[in-house]
Write a protein that binds this ligand. Structure first.
Ligand SMILES: O=C(O)CCC(=O)C1=CC=C[C@@H](O)[C@@H]1C(=O)O
Ligand SMILES: [Mg+2]
Length: 324
């Protein structure tokens, strides 16, 4: 029987770092996470700062599973990876994509607050121009209403989209967009899987063609594998903007899924200007080999968060551990 770590064991294994970003992503220029040096390997607890404890506790379950139990047997040793393009101005597109090696698939953020469909079309068009053969997927992070999504997808489909991720917020809205598009653009569910009490509702409602799965928000690799099996839909593994330690967990999920029909969004360390290891998990020639990651003590010290932020994370850990 697995006996989970006590709070004292978690405290003793923990390190809080603040990693600088190269490009603003989710509106932030730095990513704070807590890492654990667990008996089964390094693991990451990095719910975004604004998340409440009930959501954050799933990220802790994932970190405990990874650090104290380890990962399931991989069924593949290499995972195809997409480049991720934040909602940057068009003139920055070549530079941001230049950080990714061997780009066959690009995920582009669209529907950013304060931006217009014209900005989205310019960004997607710039990628299509730069990479005529690449697969292009877009992610609206629920930024559109149903009519806006239908209009946007009709317009952006001229650039040939692999799929559109979370165009709208709710499951019924996702179903409405999917119906309206009639299969001309595939619909992927992200927030409708990872931020809801029932991650299978979207599949049951026939509201998506595929699901995006992220190990930490779903409570770990084991639970994510179960969700994919039960959903019965193709799955894309993606990151939560993690350090290489957290990416390792996503990689374990991608490596263990019986089918992996899409490139995975695990290349996001390329968007960061600092990492906890000198051998970052970065894609090369469009993919990543499955391997372990160890945090480097010098980097943990160099990127250590300010004392008051460490305290904030310890309080969060205390509250979430009580909810596990
Ligand atoms: O899937 C990818 O290409 C990268 C990961 C990614 O886009 C995300 C990571 C973390 C938070 C999210 O806002 C975002 C997403 O919505 O998928
Ligand atoms: Mg998404």
């Amino acid at each position: 029987m697995f006996s989970p770590p006590t709070l004292d064991e978690l405290f003793a294994a923990s390190h809080v770092v603040s990693l600088p970003m190269r490009t603003k992503f989710r509106g932030v220029m730095e990513r704070e996470v807590m890492l654990f040096d667990g008996p089964a390997g390094w693991s990451e607890f990095g719910p975004f700062l604004e998340y409440g404890d009930l959501e954050a506790v799933r990220w802790l379950a994932s970190a405990v599973e990874a650090g104290w139990l380890g990962y399931p047997e991989p069924v593949r040793q290499w995972v195809p990876i997409n480049a991720t393009l934040p909602a940057v101005p068009v003139e920055l597109v070549p530079e941001v994509l230049g950080a990714f090696d061997g780009v066959h698939t690009v995920k582009i953020k669209v529907a950013e607050p304060g931006e217009s469909l014209r900005d989205d079309a310019a960004r997607v068009g710039a990628v299509r121009h730069l990479l005529p053969e690449a697969k292009i997927r877009i992610d609206a992070n629920a930024g559109w209403t149903v009519p806006q999504a239908v209009a946007a997808l009709r317009m952006l489909s001229v650039f040939d989209l692999e799929y559109a991720e979370q165009p709208v917020a709710t499951v019924p809205e996702m179903a409405a967009v999917r119906r309206a598009m009639g299969g001309s653009v595939l619909i992927a569910a992200d927030e409708s899987v990872r931020k809801v009490s029932d991650p299978l509702a979207v599949a049951r409602a026939g509201a998506a063609d595929l699901i995006v799965v992220k190990a930490a928000p779903l409570g770990g690799v084991g639970r994510a594998l179960d969700i994919v099996a039960e959903a019965g839909l193709p799955a894309v593994v993606s990151s939560a903007l993690d350090s290489s330690v957290g990416i390792r967990t996503g990689l374990a999920l991608a490596a263990a899924l019986p089918e992996l029909p899409f490139a995975c969004g695990l290349g996001t360390v390329a968007l960061m200007a600092g990492d906890v290891t000198g051998t970052s998990l970065l894609a090369s020639v469009g993919g990543m080999s499955v391997r372990d990651v160890t945090a480097d003590p010098d980097r943990l010290e160099y990127f250590a968060a300010a004392p008051e932020r460490q305290q904030w994370w310890r309080e969060r850990l205390r509250r979430c551990q009580a909810l596990l």
